[in-house]
Design a protein around this ligand. Structure first.
Ligand code: ZN
Ligand code: ZN
Length: 364
């Protein structure tokens, strides 16, 4: 069975994302055909055409955040069936490898093993899909181990943001840092990820949540989801680390760096409390940058850690975050600032790039 689909793709660095028709082969053994209802735009997709990533396998169909409905399954698929609402996920959960059997990590071994399978093609030539997903296509074929079944009563055009931004942000607060009630939290960068960290910190019961962003336009949205103090480093008089230490009675319990900049990682470390401060590095530093820390900053009892998709096990734990949304505890709706059609995808990315948008969602 072959299908005609329409998808957003990149054809090289320093170009615009484009939309075109592709062919999609039906699901083989262990695979699932999903009709996407909505997809979220993420900065990581942008790295395939804004010149910031070393990549040569073009064209590539982009998109790794989305939600949809199962339309067909291949032989041997047992966890989902046609009609199920699902979230396709970037990190598989095979359930069998060491990380999958351990509670310590969500990084399934299968994530690092390249698969030769290319369900998309154009003019008879196989086409790569980012994370083996390609959610900027109205239909995708993915491995069952990359499909998370969710309840059927949550709106797909909202929950689509949970697969990357939601999991990364909320998961970093709840599962990576394990923020405690009454604690103080600092979030550097209030984009789609940072706002979800704020959500996670608020759900965990943090009493002080300090949001930092150079864009004053981010303040209102940040306060709406739980930020108690907003700091704009551009207009702040004096040293930001000292200011945060003062606000938190000697240093924050937790800090999250969501931008990916060496200087901010250093500030994120220094603003936490001596003895037990925990720092989560989420933003990806450009390839040319290395972290530079004051030699004693970790000896002083701080914990510096990274987080990949918020330590959320994609098939077994992501539904817990969906439950938080369904219970009204997670305000994903407020994070979505713009809704567009697939044909306007380039415009959507420019809004994301300019900081005009929080999260942009494509509705199919
Ligand atoms: Zn992403
Ligand atoms: Zn696994």
């Amino acid at each position: 069975m072959g299908l005609k689909v329409r998808a957003g793709f990149a054809h090289g660095q320093n170009t615009q994302i484009e939309v075109d028709d592709f062919d999609l082969e039906g699901p083989r053994e262990g695979e699932v055909l999903i009709e996407l209802k909505a997809a979220g735009l993420c900065h990581t997709d942008m790295s395939f055409f804004d010149g910031s990533r070393d990549w040569s396998d073009y064209p590539i169909i982009l998109g790794h955040e989305g939600a949809g409905i199962v339309r067909d399954v291949g032989r041997g698929v047992s966890s989902v069936r046609p009609g199920d609402h699902v979230i396709p996920v970037a990190i598989p959960e095979c359930g069998e490898c060491r990380p999958c059997r351990s509670s310590k990590s969500n990084l399934c071994d299968q994530y690092f093993i390249p698969t030769p399978r290319r369900p998309f093609s154009r003019a008879g030539r196989p086409v790569r899909a980012f994370c083996e997903l390609g959610t900027f296509s109205n239909m995708i074929v993915v491995r069952e181990m990359q499909v998370t079944k969710i309840r059927n009563d949550v709106p797909l055009d909202v929950i689509c943001c949970i697969g990357c931004a939601g999991a990364t942000g909320v998961g970093s607060a709840l599962y990576t840092a394990k923020v405690e009630a009454g604690s103080s939290v600092v979030v550097f960068g209030l984009g789609g990820i940072g706002l979800n960290v704020v959500e996670g910190a608020r759900i965990a019961g943090a009493s002080t949540i300090i949001g930092i962003d150079t864009n004053p336009g981010k303040e209102a949205a940040a306060r709406a989801v739980g930020v108690t103090h907003f700091i704009n480093p551009v207009t702040l008089k004096g040293d930001i680390v000292g200011h945060i230490r003062e606000l938190t009675d000697g240093g924050a319990d937790y800090s999250f760096e969501c931008v990916g900049h060496r200087d901010l990682v250093r500030q994120a470390v220094e603003c936490t409390r001596i003895g037990w401060g925990t720092i989560v590095s989420i933003g990806i530093l450009p390839g040319s940058q290395e972290m530079v820390l004051r030699p004693r900053s970790l000896q002083e009892g701080r914990h510096l850690t990274g987080s990949y998709l918020g330590n959320v096990k994609t098939r077994t734990q992501l539904p817990e975050l969906v439950e938080l949304y369904a219970d009204g505890k997670l305000a994903l709706d407020d994070l979505i600032s713009h809704r567009i059609g697939l044909e306007d995808i380039a415009k959507g990315f420019s809004m994301l790039h300019d900081g005009v948008a929080r999260r942009v969602v494509i509705e199919f």
